[in-house]
Design a binder for this molecule. Structure first.
Ligand SMILES: [Zn+2]
Length: 111
């Protein structure tokens, strides 16, 4: 058996099942809906390589949801995910601004 994406031979150590569509799109659905989901054989690296894309698709669906009942769990997960990204972006921006101030002080010879 080979990986659907990269074509390497799968072993017991690297064999996973990639859900098509992504399993996270079924969040909040009843258990009977999650049974017998379609999967393809994938190596561990390929299965994880696209998990960010799966999350981004879930987030787009979640924030596009205009119903309070349908896909509520996906909307909640999308909101948490986006808030984490905003918090991370804020940390990166603050670190960048502090570093820029240090550089400016050096360039301008300001203490
Ligand atoms: Zn692969």
């Amino acid at each position: 058996m080979i990986c659907y994406n990269c074509g390497i031979e799968l072993t017991n150590e690297n064999k996973t099942a990639e859900h098509i569509p992504a399993k996270n799109l079924y969040a909040g659905q009843p258990a009977e809906v999650k049974q017998n989901l379609l999967t393809v054989p994938a190596c561990f690296d390929c299965n994880n390589k696209f998990s960010n894309i799966d999350s981004e698709i879930r987030d787009i669906i979640g924030i596009s949801n205009d119903s309070l009942t349908e896909n509520q769990v996906i909307s909640e997960k999308a909101a948490k995910s986006l808030l984490r990204q905003i918090a991370l972006l804020r940390l990166v921006m603050v670190a960048f601004m502090k570093q820029s101030v240090v550089r400016l002080k050096i360039v301008l010879s300001v203490t």
